[in-house]
Design a protein around this ligand. Structure first.
Ligand code: ARG
Length: 578
């Protein structure tokens, strides 16, 4: 199937007026809000200036030009200064269905990414700190972009830039030595670590000497002291085992867990280079890059006591990724609170004369809070992601049992619906928006939710099963393709709308990637689900007359493929039955 841009170009070439290039003309063409008006429309208002004629006169002229030669349209109309085009519907539907039937889950794939590597830094949790709901967005946005890049032929590299370095590890060791309990840590993992970490801060208020003890322990980690390293590794291992469980429920993997500690020995050469390039200023003993000229506070790289910082490690990481992966783009899926950090980082790399600073992209997102306001980390009222998933699964289970008592594998379906509902929600809105989470909202089977789309997909699948199964069906249709006569069974608003939507799958993914915005795909699959449900209500499918049945079942199959594949891209599983 051609994508929208190609079609626009095709139309522009057929018009080929003088005084304006086809590319430019193509860029004026729009998708009408209601496809009853046509599949494409050319507003002629801007052209009125060039040709010194009324928009309507121009539209009329173009129309006769197009109609004077063979064309792929079933209708061309000039209305109120717009030129509306309808492509031949049966032909379009026929092409689309045979493509989806041939490709199956591969439908919507693309090759524009071939040979291009994209680094995606996402999730990037902090060791010995809770994996809380604040890390949800980074995790699911990054993973969704990862799959979408893959779908369009890129080679994504998923990087979990662990927060595994810093003075907090010294504090944690002090806390462990004083109040740690191995049994408890064995049992409760990170929860136990967070507990003693919080206690450290409480105690340090009245016993400031704890702080210097902590600094001493961190120094021992830096020096590679065996006891310090043993504990450091223990904390790291415990955290990773625990987040690993959450990642596996979310179906997420990383290609690299190189975190901050990994860059310890990779900062010096870069700092030397910055010195050599005269980019470093010493201020109160600290090494900074002055960014006043660009309206930013300085980028602090080395503190007066010689300690390096988060930014120093990110600088080393950016160079390391360029050298290791030779990326086409390098993304950082990190909350908008770090906007300044990334602006500074990218600016420093630009000042160092690296042209690839242009390929570094900060993909920011807003905050997730819970309806009852329990979000604030500082007050210690942290909401653990695991708990949110568990609760959503529990609630999903209740709803599912109510709807279908005899569902086989109900527990597994509840897991898929519960976890899916949380992921789907996090990817439903423009990512920059702050969002408020509510269990009832995300699990509403009639809302813009995972269960709504999952349910619609299951409905399509059950229909296909009753029709003999998708495999048999696709084989049959490949042997005996739908005739023009049979395709007429899809005529009508609902059928045509569904065909038009399904044909936009591939370009929707491209669009989502251009904007680094997975919600484009989420919104799209909601539209497909709604459109399929309208089609399902408006047409007879299984019990349609023989000459109509095949085309409608084929369209049902295409809708199922797009729903299932769309859900997969955003990281939501699709139960066969629910
Ligand atoms: N660990 C950091 C945090 O939780 C996010 C790291 C993001 N990645 C990066 N390369 N800075 O805030």
């Amino acid at each position: 199937m051609q994508n929208t841009d190609e079609k626009k170009l095709q139309i522009a070439k057929l018009i080929a007026p003088e005084g304006i290039g086809t590319e430019e003309l193509a860029s004026y063409i729009v998708l009408p809000p209601d496809n009853a008006m046509g599949d494409y429309a050319l507003p002629c208002f801007k052209l009125a200036k060039i040709y010194r004629k009324s928009p309507q006169a121009i539209a009329e002229e173009f129309k006769s030009k197009i109609l004077s030669a063979p064309n792929p349209f079933s209708a061309v109309e000039a209305v109120n200064g717009y030129l509306n085009f309808k492509f031949d519907r049966t032909e379009t539907a026929g092409k689309l269905l045979s493509e989806v039937l041939a490709k199956g889950a591969e439908y919507g794939s693309g090759t524009e990414g071939s040979g291009k590597t994209v680094c995606i830094d996402y999730s990037s949790i902090n060791i010995a700190k809770p994996f809380h709901i604040g890390h949800l967005s980074s995790t699911v946005i990054g993973a969704a972009l990862y799959r979408m890049y893959q779908k369009r032929g890129y080679r994504p590299v998923g990087i979990n830039h662990l927060g595994d370095w810093g003075t907090q590890f010294g504090k944690l060791i002090v806390a462990y030595k004083k109040w740690g309990d191995d049994e408890e840590i064995e049992r409760d993992g990170v929860l136990a670590l967070t507990g003693i970490y919080v206690k450290f801060h409480e105690e340090a208020e009245t016993h400031p000497e704890l702080e210097s003890e902590a600094r001493a322990w961190f120094k021992r980690i830096e020096d590679g002291d065996p006891e310090a390293m043993r504990l450091y590794k223990l904390f790291k291992e415990k955290t990773l085992t625990e987040v690993g469980k959450v990642y596996s429920r979310l179906g997420i993997k990383f290609d690299s867990y190189n975190g901050e500690a990994f860059y310890n020995d990779k900062m010096a050469p870069i700092l030397e280079r910055l010195e050599a390039q005269n980019l470093i200023t010493v201020s109160d003993g600290a090494k900074i890059v002055d960014l006043k000229e660009w309206g930013m506070s300085p980028c602090l790289l080395v503190k007066a006591d010689g300690a390096t910082l988060y930014a120093t490690r990110d600088l080393a990481a950016a160079f390391y990724r360029k050298k290791t992966y030779d990326f086409y783009k390098s993304l950082y899926v990190v909350a908008y609170q770090q906007n300044l950090h990334f602006k500074q980082l990218f600016k420093v790399i630009e000042l160092m004369g690296e042209s690839w600073y242009k390929d570094l992209v900060h993909v920011p997102f807003g905050m997730v809070s819970l309806e009852d306001g329990t979000m604030s980390t500082r007050k210690g009222k942290v909401v653990w992601l695991k708990d949110v998933l568990d609760r959503a699964v529990e609630k999903a289970g209740e709803i599912i049992r109510e709807k279908n008592e005899r569902l086989p594998d109900a527990a597994e379906v509840a897991e898929q619906v519960g976890v899916g509902s949380v992921v789907f929600f996090a990817l439903s809105n423009n990512r920059i928006k702050d969002i408020v989470f509510s269990y009832d909202k995300v699990l509403n089977f009639d809302g813009e939710t995972a269960p709504y789309v999952q349910y619609t997909n299951a409905r399509a699948q059950s229909l296909l099963k009753k029709a003999g199964g998708a495999e048999k069906l696709t084989a049959e249709l490949k042997d005996a393709p739908l005739s023009a006569e049979e395709l007429k069974a899809l005529e009508g608003k609902e059928g045509e709308e569904l065909v038009a939507l399904i044909s936009r799958f591939g370009e929707t993914v491209t669009d989502a990637l251009e904007k680094y915005e997975p919600s484009v795909v989420t919104r799209y699959i909601i539209d497909v689900a709604r459109s399929f449900n309208r089609f399902y209500l408006a047409y007879r499918i299984l019990n349609a007359p023989e000459n109509e049945r095949r085309a409608r079942i084929a369209l049902t199959y295409a809708a199922h493929i797009v729903l299932q594949e769309g859900l997969r891209l955003i990281g939501v599983r699709a139960p066969e039955e629910m």
